[in-house]
Structures are given as C-alpha cells and as structure tokens.
Design a protein. Structure first.
Length: 301
C-alpha cells in the first residue's frame, strides 16, 4: 500500500511539474476577434496548456485594461492601434506596416510589460462601404467621391460602432481629411465592434442605413453587395492582427511564440476574409471555423 501511495504521489508531482497554465485567452467582441481568439485557445490547448476561454470579452479599451492589470494573459490586437495607445508618437509611423509593428512592440514592452508576437500579413484597417446600388448610381468609388456626394446634399446614413464614431483616428479622421461631416441623425450606432451588424444594416437598408463601418478582412462585404470606398489620402493606419501577451507569461512559456508564429503567418487577407465569411455570412460558430482551419493546415491533430 505504501509503495502504491508513493507511486501515486510521484505521478502527481510529475503531472504538476509538466502542467502548463492556466492561460487566460480573451478577444474583442467582433467576428474576427472571436475567430482569432479561438485560434489561440485551440492551439494552446492542443499543445498541453490549460486555457481559460474568455473570448468575446469586450471592446478594445476593456480588453487592454484587463491585459495590463493581469486579469487576462493574451489576446489578439492590431498594430495600428499603437497610434491610439501611444498618442505621443508620429501618426505617420502607423501607416507603415513594419515601422508600426516595431514601434508598438518596443513601446508596449517598455511601458506596460506587454510582448507583441508575430503579426498576420493582412491589413484589417477601418473602412467605409456603401451599398452597391448607391455606388453605381452616384459614381462612388472613393472617400473623395463620398465627400462630394454629401456636400451636394446626398443622403447617407452610417451604421458603425461607438468606438469608430468617437475615436479621433477613426470616423473623425476621415471627416477631417475629406471635408465632410455626419450628424447624429445620420448615424446608427452599435455598442460593440461587430461589423456583421453594420454590414447587415446597410445591406438590408435597416432604418435607412446605406453605408457601413467595415474592416479590410470582412468576408461579408462582397457577399452582401457592398463596395469599399478607397481611402485615396491614406488616412488610416495599417492594422495587422497579432497576439499580445503579458511579459511574465511569455517568459514562463516562451514556446507560445513558436506555436503561434506559423499560424498567424498563414492568415493572409484572403484567408481571413474567407474565414470571417464562414462566421458572418454562413452563420457558423467561430470555434468550429477556427478548429477546421487549424486542422486543415496541420497546425493541430
């Protein structure tokens, strides 16, 4: 009996020594956030980590505060948001993919002990998209065309998130650069950043909406007959998604970086549009879409 107990204790001790985690994984409240968050959850679990799934946790400010405070350990963020996090930097930095990534990586580590891992090669920048019938009837191809249309009395109602409407580097930056202004009556505002809602509102002309806040990797744009208006002045920064993790966590489990690097490098623009469409257009569960993709590429068994 004593020998059996000793063996059991040794096995328990070995299990405790090899246990990894728990790691708390979060994401923002939007289609791509759910997709990328679930990708991180599944990869870590498949490699022996105990994971606390907190995907679809909140807006950018909420998730970031949770990471800095240690409430969560890792979540997918966008390089271009560095201009929002560090507003004492030159805005032009964030319009260059490499320079933006290196800048936010350096500053977040120095000031917040946050480590940025390898980003995906896809620009999920904010954009404005109008219904195709409006684009064709009014010749709207760019944001300059939109400004001309609005300034001669054209009708626009925009569906967007509160964050997009209020953040200085989002809708206000478009309005300042192109010389137009949308009043409160011209806005249908959602609390979360899920573009599935904004795209659907424009596609179905809900409450008179004919323009939507979208992201560059949204899969529903063409499927629901919307046209992205070209940002000819290059107003928006580059937003490449990347996992960001607390320094203490990555120091304890440096293998996380190697596990996630090839996965995120595989997520180019067309791939993310396709995966996002599976969720937003086909109505599939984000976890199922993430798992199927990872298995198809050989990232998990």
């Amino acid at each position: 009996m004593r020998r059996i107990m000793m063996i059991a204790l040794l096995l328990l001790a070995a299990a405790l020594l090899t246990a990894k985690g728990p790691i708390s994984v979060a994401s923002k409240i939007d289609t791509e956030g759910a997709l990328l968050g679930n990708i991180i959850v599944i990869v870590l679990r498949d490699n022996g980590f105990t994971v606390t799934d907190r995907t679809s946790f909140g807006t950018t400010s909420i998730v970031r505060r949770a990471l800095i405070s240690g409430e969560i350990d890792i979540y997918p963020e966008y390089t271009g948001n560095g201009g929002f996090f560090f507003d004492d930097t030159d805005p032009e930095i964030w319009k260059d993919a490499r320079e933006g990534y290196e800048t936010v990586k350096t500053l977040d580590l120095e000031r917040n002990s946050i480590v940025w891992l390898t980003p995906a090669p896809a620009n999920n920048t904010w954009a404005l998209a109008v219904r195709r019938d409006l684009a064709e009837s009014e010749g709207l191809q760019s944001l300059e065309d939109l400004a001309d249309y609005l300034n001669r009395g054209g009708y626009i109602r925009l569906a967007a998130s509160e964050e997009f409407v209020n953040r200085p580097d989002a809708l206000p930056s478009f309005q300042d650069a192109y010389g137009f202004e949308l009043s409160g009556a011209q806005l249908l505002t959602f609390s979360g950043g899920d573009t599935a809602q904004t795209i659907r509102a424009a596609a179905q002309n809900i409450d008179g909406v004919n323009m939507a806040m979208v992201y560059g990797t949204d899969g529903a744009i063409s499927a629901l007959r919307l046209v992205v208006l070209e940002d000819t002045l290059g107003v928006q920064p580059v937003y490449e998604p990347a996992p960001i993790v607390r320094e203490a966590v990555i120091n304890e489990y440096p293998e996380i970086e190697e596990l996630l690097r090839p996965v995120f490098l595989s997520l180019d623009l067309e791939t993310l549009q396709m995966l996002n469409a599976s969720i937003a257009v086909e109505g599939r569960d984000a976890r199922d879409v993430a798992s199927e993709y990872l298995r198809s590429k050989g990232f998990i068994d």
